[in-house]
Design a binder for this molecule. Structure first.
Ligand code: GLN
Length: 498
């Protein structure tokens, strides 16, 4: 039989419906692939028994003609989503051994629609990071390798991006048909760009955050990482939807996003923000961006230069707002309610010992920054100013959209993937700079789609980002499909892992 792991989600759905293979066979192919790809460290927990049981139920439903939208589709779940009865760690020692008695709303939607869970995917600790090197369970390794000028494949291990590094690596390495991810400042789009996969960060409020471990609640959004734009649209339809348990979740109907695939983009106005043309931008990233403009223009879009004047303040403001919210959200991990507990001579000592032992370096740094910027003497100088900047960033986008712009095209990342250990060890800001094109979208609560668009000179994936109007993800899917169709096919040509 053909290697089923090479199918897209949409193709697998067709194959299951046509009974070309069973859901159990499909799931088993992915379980076998996971077994061979342990070196990537993409999964924290694998759930083969659960997957096969769910697949068995799917086969019974298919036989009865009762297939649901994701019937028998094997997925990986970022280990930030609470899964009932299955360990949920957020990549942290402090939650090791935590077995939630409840299911996140987004994952419950996926099971409602018939999907199968292969396991929990590795991530940066509490989703803080851009390289998936901060996980307590070790870094995720990208399935990609650099190619030298002589065509020689380098042995250097590359990062898959972060924080949804396990999700991106697993989809790219064909260990699942799609994955859940989350994005607070770029964690869906940046790893998607690094691994040649598609990542959709929906509008704030589109997907419920209930049962997703909180990092920065006003920025966090759930979304999919998938092989293709169509697959991302299929997953989004199931993941999205109103949830009374999340007061920021929007009560609006969920469109059938898949109908946007192949829709005409004629007359769509695409803004090209001049502030994203950074000093020292690599020629290869500029060229990719130009290429994206040319593809959209050729498909009938109108290209317009625009200005988003407050862009340069977005990254510093993000790195105040996100740690501030994180320091408050992470106060709940005290050794009493969840996971790890270190004994102490009194309750304060127990808190301190547990938190010191349970949180990694990056998380401790964020808690300290967050506590500092919220403290009485510094609140006005840092937190309040960052919030004001946030309003200005949002206004920049509002004005562009009010002037008729339908979507904005930018690069997804300032560089292709880098080597493990290459960035951020001496200066964390070096790592934070990876998010320069993505954080504005979270600050403004907008949807953003990362689509693979080409390869770097050393053979690594590069992505473009499309930023949309609030709740107009459909436009992004239509535009993303145009880029996907025009771009050279960059699927991993062979197995460089396992
Ligand atoms: N890299 C960013 C950070 O470290 C964004 C992370 C995310 O989107 N979860 O905060």
């Amino acid at each position: 039989m053909k290697d089923l792991t090479r199918l897209t989600l949409a193709e697998a759905r067709e194959g299951l419906a046509a009974k070309s293979f069973s859901a159990v066979e499909l799931t088993q192919s992915f379980l076998d692939a996971m077994e061979k790809a342990k070196s990537l460290n993409a999964f924290i927990v694998e759930t083969p028994e659960k997957a096969l049981a769910q697949a068995g139920d799917s086969d019974a439903r298919i036989a009865r003609g009762e297939a649901r939208p994701l019937e028998g589709i094997p997925l990986g779940i970022k280990d930030l989503y609470a899964t009932e009865g299955v360990q949920t760690t957020a990549g942290s020692h402090i939650l090791e051994g935590f077995i939630p008695p409840y299911e996140s709303t987004v994952t419950s939607h996926l099971w409602r629609d018939g999907a199968t869970m292969l396991g929990k995917l590795n991530l940066d600790e509490f989703a803080m990071g851009s390289s998936n090197e901060t996980s307590y369970f070790g870094p995720v390794v990208s399935p990609w390798r650099r190619k030298g000028a002589d065509g020689e494949i380098s042995d250097a291990k590359l990062v898959p991006g972060g924080s949804s590094g396990g999700s991106a690596a697993a989809v790219a390495a064909r260990l699942c048909l799609g994955a859940t991810a989350t994005d607070t400042g770029g964690s869906i789009r940046q790893p998607a760009a690094f691994t040649g996969t598609v990542g959709m960060k929906p509008t704030y409020g589109r997907c419920s955050r209930w049962g997703v471990v909180a990092f920065a609640s006003s920025l966090d959004q759930a979304g999919p990482i998938a092989k293709t734009v169509r697959d991302a649209a299929i997953l989004m339809r199931s993941m999205a939807g109103h949830d009374p348990k999340d007061t920021t979740s929007v009560d609006a109907p969920v469109p059938d996003y898949e109908t946007s695939i192949g829709a005409s983009i004629k007359g769509k106005v695409i803004g090209i923000p001049r502030e994203y043309r950074l000093d020292g931008m690599s020629p290869e990233i500029s060229a990719l961006w130009e290429q994206g403009v040319a593809w959209l223009r050729a498909a009938g879009a109108e290209i317009r230069d625009i200005s988003l004047p407050h862009t340069k303040h977005a990254l510093p403001a993000y790195y105040i707002v996100a740690p501030a919210e994180a320091s408050s959200n992470l106060a709940r991990y005290d050794g009493v309610r969840y996971g790890l507990r270190k004994t102490g001579k009194d309750i304060s000592d127990l808190y301190e010992k547990t938190r010191a032992a349970g949180f990694g370096k990056e998380v401790r740094r964020r808690i300290m920054i967050g506590t500092y910027v919220l403290s009485a003497g510094y609140y006005d100088a840092y937190y309040l100013r960052a919030q004001k900047i946030r309003s200005l960033i949002k206004r920049d986008f509002d004005l562009a959209y009010a002037a008729g712009v339908d979507a904005i095209l930018t690069p997804a990342t300032p560089s292709p993937a880098f080597a493990l250990g290459e960035k951020g060890s001496a200066d964390p800001v070096e790592m934070y700079l990876n998010d320069v094109f993505t954080v504005t979208v979270n600050m403004a609560g907008l949807p953003g789609l990362a689509v693979p668009a080409g390869l770097s000179s050393d053979g690594l994936p590069l992505g473009l980002q499309l930023i949309g109007r609030p709740f107009e993800e459909e436009t992004l899917f239509a535009l993303g499909q145009v880029i996907e169709d025009a771009a050279p096919k960059i699927g991993l040509p062979e197995s460089w892992w396992g």
